[in-house]
Design a protein around this ligand. Sequence first.
Ligand SMILES: CC(C)(COP(=O)(O)OP(=O)(O)OC[C@H]1O[C@@H](n2cnc3c(N)ncnc32)[C@H](O)[C@@H]1OP(=O)(O)O)[C@@H](O)C(=O)NCCC(=O)NCCS
Length: 102
Amino acid sequence: MVDSKDIKIRKATLNDIDKIEVLLQELIGDPLNDRRRFYNDAFSSEDYVGLVAEKEGNIIGFVDLWGFPDPGHGAVLGVIMNFIVSKEHRKMGIGAAFWRKR
Ligand SMILES: CC(C)(COP(=O)(O)OP(=O)(O)OC[C@H]1O[C@@H](n2cnc3c(N)ncnc32)[C@H](O)[C@@H]1OP(=O)(O)O)[C@@H](O)C(=O)NCCC(=O)NCCS
């Protein structure tokens, strides 16, 4: 189990995208064309949130979510798009730390 004092979960910013990109290339594969433009669009939307897990200044986990109005449910729903912890840090509770109440 990871010591939660060593891990900081915080909102991602555009300054993080080079480090997030390393994780997303592992998750998705080769870099997508225009990926940087999509980061800009997503991060500037009020319906989007990205979170990073940081350990000693390194980004070792990333999750992002979109919220959208769903007529079927008559409610705003959320969908998790990407969720990844770097290989060497898996199974230590970091994935769960994103969802823990702080
Ligand atoms: C999914 C992931 C983010 C979990 O991060 P983590 O830091 O290892 O998570 P935790 O240590 O908090 O929890 C590990 C638990 O998640 C479970 N788990 C891992 N991947 C899972 C998956 N795809 N589906 C269901 N459970 C999963 C593990 O079996 C483990 O369960 P256990 O505690 O009962 O043994 C990580 O395994 C990962 O990056 N996987 C590759 C990317 C991926 O598949 N992302 C999800 C789709 S976008």
